[in-house]
Write a protein that binds this ligand. Structure first.
Ligand SMILES: NC(=O)C1=CN([C@@H]2O[C@H](COP(=O)(O)OP(=O)(O)OC[C@H]3O[C@@H](n4cnc5c(N)ncnc54)[C@H](OP(=O)(O)O)[C@@H]3O)[C@@H](O)[C@H]2O)C=CC1
Ligand SMILES: CC(=O)[C@@H](O)[C@H](O)COP(=O)(O)O
Ligand SMILES: [Mn+2]
Length: 396
């Protein structure tokens, strides 16, 4: 029987790559539902090609626009709108697999719904786990969901770990996350105040959405990934390390107690971890090119402690600081960062101010240990309001 897949965030970079992989295997996969926020015309094209049972837009006006176009094209697809509709199809009894590819904490509620409904949950939406933390992982356990990482580093780690999670604490010395260093790896820290959103989004190796691209440029992406690894693999924060590897060939590594290191390598193409998640434990064609070692010019590594990286990327350290604080600190950090990145992309603040907003918000918001989705959403809202106040002060 075919896997019936729901793609949350189907119009984004991960969403379109997911549909690309699925289209290569019509015998294995069918699209059950698609969701998007603003790109109605792309959603319509996807509906024409994949004929899902449901198409969901995040807001009612976009839902109405899509419904008109679906009707005009004579398609028999049910159009819904709003966050509750996204939750509904993420947990629908007729879907087996949910690709979580909404950007930001906006994806948290649908991830939790899929987890509680026991779905095979393919997690690209790292912010949902950073915000959800233990609440998220509890929902996965209690719902009996299968959680598979899509983030390239976490897919690499998952592929490099032994099959039995019970053996990880005894066997694993540490996790080594690789980071490209982004577009500003060699840039003088003092000049970062003047960079534009387009410069920040010009990632040297990966083509991605604008929010994650800015995160790569500040290395907040790696901070979020440290927190993501902490929860996904139940790994103490002090056993997670970051090394700068500008070529993005090694996607991450696991170091074992005997000093052996196991890594996953490949060209920088998200269709590889997506195909792995869709087919796991099997392997299927992804459409990506394999590495050609005869033409690979080299692999290099830089310590975070050298070449001014600490000054260039002050945000990375916040991951370990947030993980040392009460659990809500990770949600606060994420909310601040989402607000700061949006303000930078809107040209309301400078690039170097992103870190100051994150730091100040972390200091301003007192955190507790959230127990429920409502607790998390309330904390997220409080942290966003605090971050907006810092942005407003910086704008003037
Ligand atoms: N891109 C990549 O290579 C990687 C991405 N990730 C993670 O995957 C997630 C998606 O990233 P990416 O694909 O780059 O992002 P994009 O910005 O390209 O896509 C985001 C998707 O989410 C939808 N969306 C945005 N806001 C909302 C909302 N409030 N409610 C519902 N849907 C919404 C968008 O709809 P619309 O476009 O219609 O407005 C779009 O479909 C992020 O968490 C990112 O960190 C992780 C590893 C690699
Ligand atoms: C493709 C992917 O998983 C991104 O998170 C990517 O890793 C970004 O690269 P850097 O954050 O290492 O620059
Ligand atoms: Mn990543």
């Amino acid at each position: 029987m075919k896997q019936r897949v729901t793609v949350l965030g189907s119009t984004g970079s991960i969403g379109t790559n997911t549909l690309d992989v699925m289209a290569r295997h019509p015998d294995r996969f069918e699209v059950f539902a698609l969701t998007a926020a603003t790109r109605v015309d792309l959603m319509l094209q996807q509906c024409v090609q994949f004929k899902p049972r449901f198409a969901v837009m995040a807001s009612a006006p976009h839902g109405r626009e899509l419904a008109q176009k679906i009707k005009a094209n004579g398609l028999a697809i049910e159009v819904l709108s709003g966050p509750d509709a996204i939750k509904l199809i993420a947990s629908h009894e007729l879907t087996d697999t949910v690709m979580a590819a909404i950007v930001g904490a906006a994806g948290l509620a649908s991830c939790l719904a899929a987890a509680r409904a026991g779905k095979r949950l393919l997690l690209a939406n790292k912010e949902a786990l950073v915000v959800g933390g233990d609440v998220f992982m509890r929902a996965v356990r209690e719902g009996g969901a299968t959680l598979l990482p899509i983030d390239s580093e976490h897919s690499a780690i998952f592929q490099s770990l032994p099959e039995d999670p019970a053996s990880w604490p005894q066997r694993v010395e540490k996790i080594i996350l690789t980071s490209s260093g982004g577009p500003f790896r060699t840039r003088e820290p003092a000049t970062l105040a003047g960079v534009t959103p387009d410069e920040a989004c010009a990632h040297p190796n990966w083509v991605m959405g604008r929010k994650i691209s800015v995160d790569s440029a500040t290395m907040m992406n790696k901070a979020l990934e440290v927190i993501e690894a902490r929860y996904l693999f139940d790994m103490p924060a002090q056993q997670i390390e970051v090394v700068i590897h500008p070529q993005s060939v090694i996607h991450s590594m696991v170091q074992y107690r005997d000093a052996s290191i196991v890594a996953q390598l490949g060209t920088p193409d998200m269709r590889v971890p997506i195909a792995y998640g869709l087919a796991w434990p099997e392997r299927i064609a992804s459409g990506a090119q394999a590495l050609d070692f005869r033409t690979l010019s080299g692999m290099t590594f830089e310590s975070f402690e050298t070449q001014g990286h600490r000054d260039r990327f002050p945000g990375l350290q916040l991951a370990w600081e947030a993980l040392r604080a009460p659990a809500g600190a990770c949600a606060t950090l994420n909310a601040a960062n989402e607000v700061a990145v949006a303000a930078f992309l809107d040209k309301r603040i400078r690039f170097d101010q992103i870190h100051h907003i994150n730091l100040e918000t972390l200091q301003a918001v007192t955190t507790s240990v959230p127990q429920t989705l409502d607790d998390l959403l309330a904390l997220d809202a409080r942290a966003r309001a605090a971050a907006q106040r810092v942005v407003a002060r910086m704008e003037t």
